[in-house]
Design a protein around this ligand. Structure first.
Ligand code: AVI
Length: 322
């Protein structure tokens, strides 16, 4: 879809990804693997998405508010790089306050959103119906991101927008493959991407172990979802949330730990858990500014500009394609 004004356009990608993987199949596969795991894309059913929105507002969870402030503070500079005549490709479907903010900050100087197309993009994202680069519900859907997407032909410059440091939920190799795919699709344009930074482990630990227990509920919602959708009988009181920062691999690792020896039925299959056994549920990688630039360059981008907050908690990168 091209905007009548030529100022901005909402791009509808043609998804060539296969149908969304079935939660029950993925659950059974992950729980039979060693170590046990449940892919993080399954966090985001309705309950999980609401819990994630609460996480974004927690005092300990600094990424969302820091990225928002950074977008406000850097709005003019960002708009200069995007330029006055771009097609915006949203790489996100989840609800979030960032969406509105970015629409506003771009609108400030480049009038990119005067015709409302960017608002439409985000409104449709919130409803889960619009095209972004991510066909799947959550960007960390590995199949979806590694699958090829095609975009309709364009005469304009394409700009991707991928906020929230969701890139951190990929392993570095997967992140490179994803970025390389995006770079191919945005050829001649650029990507604005939010990236969480390496920092004091205490800050990171607190962000994923909030006092109100919302992150624990978000993690355990995977088991609740299994009970709702996959005929499972998890007793949530028999599992605990465990999140740690691994400073060698520069990532948060999230697990659900079995409190006792137990058997759980999932879709008619009995699965054994030993006391202390872990189900891996998420990685959240943190980058240095230079480390992320190197990753982006290895994926075919030219890193052009980085904005960081004064405490260097979070970064926003402007990457151009060759
Ligand atoms: C979506 N993603 C960037 C969040 C993160 O920080 O890795 C998901 C999250 N998991 C626990 N808290 C937030």
């Amino acid at each position: 879809m091209r905007a009548h004004s030529g100022i901005a356009a909402l791009v509808q990608p043609r998804e060539t990804a296969p149908r969304e993987e079935d939660f029950t199949d993925a659950l059974l596969t992950g729980l039979r693997a060693t170590p046990k795991n449940i892919p993080c894309k399954y966090f985001y059913d309705v309950e999980g998405s609401l819990l994630f929105e609460k996480i974004c507002m927690l005092p300990e969870y600094y990424p969302t508010r820091t990225e928002l402030r950074l977008l406000h503070a850097s709005a003019h500079g960002i708009a200069q790089f995007i330029g006055p005549d771009a097609e915006i490709v949203g790489i996100r479907r989840r609800r979030g306050r960032k969406d509105k903010t970015v629409a506003r900050c771009h609108g400030k100087s480049a009038r990119l959103f005067a015709d409302g197309y960017f608002r439409t993009l985000f409104a449709e994202h919130r409803g889960g119906t619009a095209g972004g680069l991510s066909g799947p519900r959550h960007p960390a859907d590995r199949r979806g991101f590694h699958a090829r997407f095609s975009l309709p032909p364009s005469s304009g410059r394409r700009v991707g927008f991928f906020p929230g440091s969701t890139i951190g939920n990929f392993a570095p190799g997967e992140a490179r493959a994803f970025l390389a795919n995006v770079a191919r699709m945005l050829k001649g344009g650029g990507l604005l991407i939010g990236v969480d930074l390496v920092k004091d482990p205490q800050i990171l630990h607190a962000a994923y172990n909030d006092k109100a227990g919302i992150t624990a509920a978000f993690n355990k919602n995977l088991l609740a979802r299994a009970n709702r959708e996959a005929g499972a009988n998890f007793n949530l009181a028999h599992f605990s949330h465990y999140a740690l920062y691994n400073p060698l691999l520069r990532r948060i690792e999230m697990y659900l730990i079995s409190a006792c020896d137990q058997r759980v039925t999932v879709c008619g299959r009995s699965i054994a858990f030993a006391e202390g056994e872990a189900i891996h549920t998420e990685y959240s990688h943190k980058y240095t500014v230079d480390g992320f630039k190197a990753l982006a360059a290895s994926a075919g981008f030219i890193p052009r500009q980085v904005w960081c907050d004064a405490d260097r908690l979070f970064s926003i990168h402007w990457l151009e394609t060759k």
